[in-house]
Ligand binder design. Structure first.
Ligand code: PGA
Length: 229
């Protein structure tokens, strides 16, 4: 199975020109990569501009709503993401839990809606309790199809990445409750300096990269390091 490396651009960059430039540089830099599936999750507004069927890069949303359509101003449904060419969607990122006050119940509904629409959810969690609540009512085969990103809140955007032995412990604990076939990712201050350890030593199936994914050279380096493991 390929390693998954997910770029979470968050609310960046400010212009479409910059977004296209980051995407194209990344695409060019990883064209010979074989063992990594790279997924870029830009702000919604750039999705249709950068999605390309020929690209080796897959595209995902940073969030989605729990309903297919209707009177929900400002929301983006998983079906719309699918229709525009997304294969993935990040759900339950800690910034949404904090700033948009997303609850486990809301996240649970979003996961179900995303699966129903044919998207692969990338569920972000900070602790085991959240996985149990967020996957409540899902069949084992649905849980197996998830990507679950362990992202300790204090490690996000701080430059203080999680220690390898602590991350490894969480990886094993997540695998224990999610079954062996879900992909477990690490996220939180990932860089080219620490990427290899999370895969090789802590045994993660991939990485969720925030800040470093906006710097093409650094992001390409991370992907190449993982590709050569
Ligand atoms: P970071 O963000 O790599 O900038 O720490 C990770 C994330 O929020 O997914």
């Amino acid at each position: 199975m390929k390693y998954l490396i997910v770029a979470n651009w968050k609310c960046n960059p400010v212009t479409l020109k910059e977004a296209e430039s980051i995407f194209q540089k990344t695409e060019k830099g990883i064209k010979d990569v074989k063992n990594v599936e790279t997924i870029i999750c830009p702000p919604f507004i750039y999705l249709s501009k950068i999605v390309s069927e020929k690209s080796g890069i897959k595209i995902g949303g940073q969030d989605c709503y729990s309903q297919e359509k209707g009177a929900f101003t400002g929301e983006m449904s998983p079906n719309m993401l699918k229709e525009i060419g997304c294969q993935y969607v990040i759900i339950g990122h800690s910034e949404r839990r904090k700033y948009q006050k997303e609850t486990d119940k809301m996240i649970n509904e979003k996961i179900k809606a995303a699966l129903k629409a044919g998207l692969r959810p990338i569920l972000c969690i900070d602790n085991i309790d959240q996985i149990k609540k967020d996957t409540d009512g899902l069949s084992q085969s649905d849980i197996n199809s998830l990507a679950i990103a362990y992202e300790p809140i204090w490690a996000i955007g701080t430059g203080k990445a999680c220690g390898i032995s602590e991350a490894k412990e969480m990886n094993l604990a997540i695998k224990e409750i999610s079954g062996k076939s879900a992909s477990i990712l690490y996220g939180g201050s990932v860089s080219s300096q620490n990427a290899q350890e999370y895969i090789k030593e802590a045994g993660f199936n991939g990485l969720l990269v925030g800040g470093a994914s906006l710097k093409p050279e650094e992001f390409i380096e991370i992907i190449k390091i993982v590709d050569s493991i």
